[in-house]
Ligand binder design. Structure first.
Ligand SMILES: C[S@@+](CC[C@H](N)C(=O)[O-])C[C@H]1O[C@@H](n2cnc3c(N)ncnc32)[C@H](O)[C@@H]1O
Ligand code: SF4
Length: 457
């Protein structure tokens, strides 16, 4: 079933795109049949679902960010948005529980993401937790609950609500502890405010603190990168995410060209990011962290969390909110997607005016062949790799027969190895460093075409 892929001449460039979900949202299209959620979920296992609530609001639009988010929403809009979330949660929960063979509905983990969920005020966060618990039936205090925050919005009263309602992981976007780098990334923030936010998070006693840092920012050197890493390590975070800076079209940095990164040619910039990646990885490994994926590092003695760097290979994700995705085994769906501020406003306004949340309106069917790609891609990008036995068990097929050309190519480049003792297929250290090139090489021709068509829109 494998389709040999034409090698993209840029495929071995290390930083093509961050593949955190496959197929990418830009491949979703309006679903002409608008299937009913109760039919979509009727035969799906529902005893270990993931719940994701998306808050598409931020105080500022950072220069690098192309996430689905709107700046400076007034209180009237956040109220309207929570009202719509409430209606959506009620409709989705009804759909999950419908049907004679529905089986038990249980959530195994939950996350509030964005945007910036802590853009919501304390009382609004209470309401958000109520929606997850009372409408969806998620037992937030009994399952892992992860929440994203920015330094300015991580206020003591909001953190207190989140801690009290069962948050087990707070992920703070820091990006850089160097003020000049924050400015270069168009991320208006001062180190003193970041340090104060970290203090408030530790005071709130949320078990896992994650810090996001970015390498490859204009003006960043090995010296300043080390300074940011050490400033983060001083807080002994249970987790650290190191992101290469991506400059994408339609973002603030993208509109001004990569010159803002001041590294010279694309090849120079790639080489610089690879250098900084290796430096960061080596430093964290020496400090007692374990590498979970190209981006994610976990302190060896940290309590484990539920869902991490990846939308797990299995399905069963319920996303609520207008930027959230939901996955059944055969359909991935969400609302429309945009980066342009005016389009985002329109999509949010349409969401808040929606009355009937009982149907999937925008998405992509995932057939058996795509499910295999997704499994391979998402497991290979984890440092622990993929046991071929899991693949065989799930698909009754062999990954080497399904993807002979791709797996051989990765092995030839020294990126992939088979651990003879454990029988696991896993990326080498160089393979992990090139995770962002590996992901797109595993995309199907159809997914590539749909992504390209979206870019041309
Ligand atoms: C939803 S944000 C985190 C929470 C919060 N909105 C904030 O910015 O503090 C997700 C993270 O993705 C990373 N990120 C987003 N866009 C990126 C880009 N273009 N290049 C590198 N990292 C990026 C940043 O590290 C950011 O903290
Ligand atoms: S990086 Fe975070 S705060 Fe900045 S625009 Fe993106 S989601 Fe909002």
């Amino acid at each position: 079933m494998s389709t040999p892929q034409l090698l993209d001449p840029t495929a071995t460039r290390p930083y093509q795109s961050y593949v955190y979900a496959y197929p990418h949202k830009t491949t979703y299209r309006p679903l002409p049949d608008r299937p009913e959620l109760r039919d979509l979920w009727a035969a799906e296992p529902k005893d270990a679902l993931s719940l994701y609530l998306h808050i598409p609001f931020c105080e500022v639009r950072c220069g690098f960010c192309n996430l689905f988010t709107r700046i400076g929403a007034p209180g009237e809009l956040t109220t309207r948005y929570l009202d719509a979330l409430d209606r959506q949660a009620t409709a989705v929960r009804d759909a999950l529980g419908a049907g004679g063979d529905a089986g038990p509905v249980r959530f195994a983990n939950a996350a509030f993401g964005g945007g910036t969920p802590t853009y919501l005020e304390a009382a609004e966060l209470e309401r958000l937790c109520d929606i997850a618990e009372r409408r969806m039936g998620a037992d937030l205090r009994a399952i892992p609950l992860s929440v994203e925050a920015s330094p300015a919005t991580a206020t003591a009263d909001r953190l207190a609500v989140l801690a009290e309602r069962g948050t087990t992981r707070l992920s703070l976007g820091v990006q850089s502890f160097v003020d000049a780098e924050a400015r270069a990334a168009v991320r208006p923030q001062r180190r003193a405010d970041v340090e104060a936010a970290l203090g408030r998070i530790r005071d709130a006693r949320i078990p896992v603190l994650n810090i996001d840092l970015i390498y490859g920012i204009g003006g960043q050197t090995e010296h300043t990168w080390r300074a940011s890493l050490d400033a983060a390590l001083a807080w002994r975070p249970e987790e650290l995410y190191l992101y290469p800076l991506y400059v994408r079209p339609l973002t603030g940095l993208g509109k001004h060209g990569t010159a803002l990164t001041d590294a010279g040619s694309d090849a120079d910039w790639d080489a610089q990011r690879l250098r900084l990646y290796r430096q960061g990885r080596d430093h964290l490994l020496a400090e007692g962290y374990v590498q979970v994926s190209m981006r994610m590092f976990r302190r060896a003695d940290a309590p484990p969390q539920g869902a991490d760097d990846y939308a797990c290979q299995t399905d069963g994700m319920i996303g609520l909110g207008c930027g959230a995705r939901s996955y059944t085994s055969s359909l991935h769906y969400s609302f429309d997607y945009a980066v342009d501020p005016r389009e985002i406003r329109t999509i949010i306004d349409e969401y808040t005016a929606t009355v009937d949340f009982g149907r999937a309106v925008h998405g992509r069917r995932v057939d058996g062949a795509e499910a295999r790609r997704r499994h391979l891609l998402q497991s290979l990008l984890q440092a622990e790799g993929m046991p071929p036995a899991d693949y065989r068990k799930r698909f009754d097929a062999d990954p080497y027969e399904d993807f002979p050309a791709e797996l051989e190519r990765f092995a030839d480049r020294g990126w992939l190895e088979r651990d003879p003792a454990a029988g696991v297929l896993r990326l080498t250290a160089e393979g992990l460093a090139h995770s962002d090139a590996i992901g797109p090489e595993l995309f199907s021709a159809e997914v590539r075409a749909a992504m390209a068509a979206y870019e041309l829109k």
